[in-house]
Design a protein around this ligand. Structure first.
Ligand SMILES: [Zn+2]
Length: 277
């Protein structure tokens, strides 16, 4: 599931493909991919996007939390990959395989948004402030605005268990299940701790751990970078830098105790009872 590092790697890799290029066509092959968050009007939204995009130029590719944003000379496209949405690039106007949304750039190629499980979304709005998912987004966890004092302040105000606090995109944006588990392990903090119970030294450890795991994961996601020309591309080697992922019952790399799995908010928390307090 793409979290901040994966989306950031997609953002950086996508720029040379689309920035400065004019959109010549847009075909929504599966309207569910553009369904508004209200859950209604997928077909109307598809017709609107197909009509609106041609003729507009991509001026950048950026990211907020787990959203990829493609600002246009007028308006903005927002993409959310959810579980396993991805992008594929075709050198021609012709596309093959399962494509949900095909955005054509004349002779340069076609960008396909692909999500066979249909959880991912593509949105278009004339103004970024109209993208519903962005309105509620908290501070981006790789941005300059994500400072230790800011983080401490957010934690102090929350009675959520630490794990659920980290997953809450309204508080800190970009961290998902995998990197929240890793950050808490690196910081030696128990996922069930109440966010507001963290002492200054613990806040400092967690803040440092979040930055450290996100930056390491981003490096990993960029080497090798996503290969949009391969319809089956996916990130490689990330499990090598993770200490908990896929390691339930195996030995904690710090102290040899078994890695436990607990449910929190319907998601799996992996942790070590011996070293996370
Ligand atoms: Zn341990």
């Amino acid at each position: 599931m793409p979290e901040l590092p994966e989306v950031e790697a997609v953002v950086r890799t996508l720029r040379p493909f689309v920035v400065g290029r004019k959109i010549t066509s847009c075909h929504v092959l599966h309207p569910i991919a553009v369904r508004p968050s209200s859950g209604r009007g997928a077909r109307a939204a598809a017709a609107r996007i197909e009509r609106a995009l041609p003729g507009r130029r991509v001026v950048g590719v950026t990211r907020l939390g787990k959203f990829l944003l493609m600002p246009l000379d007028r308006g903005v496209i927002a993409m959310h990959f959810r579980l396993d949405g991805q992008l594929v690039w075709f050198e021609a106007t012709k596309t093959t395989g399962h494509i949900d949304v095909a955005i054509g750039f004349g002779g340069a190629g076609t960008l396909g948004f692909v999500d066979g499980r249909h959880f991912g979304r593509v949105e278009f709005e004339e103004d970024q402030s109209q993208i519903a998912g962005l309105k509620k987004l908290g501070v981006d966890s790789l941005s300059k605005e994500f400072t230790r004092p800011r983080f401490a302040e957010l934690l102090a105000k929350s009675s959520l268990p630490l794990k659920l606090f980290l997953l809450d995109q309204k508080k800190v944006a970009g961290i998902g299940n995998i990197y929240s588990n890793e950050a808490m392990w690196l910081a030696r903090l128990k996922p069930m701790r109440r966010a507001s119970s963290l002492k200054p030294a613990e806040v400092a450890r967690l803040y440092k751990s979040i930055g450290s795991i996100l930056r390491r994961a981003l490096e990993c996601c960029l080497h090798p970078a996503p290969n949009f020309r391969d319809p089956n591309w996916w990130f490689q080697g990330i499990e090598d830098i993770l200490n908990l992922y896929g390691r339930e019952g195996l030995k904690c790399r710090r102290d040899g105790h078994p890695i436990l799995r607990s449910e929190q908010g319907g998601r799996s928390t992996f942790w070590c009872k011996a070293c996370q307090k």
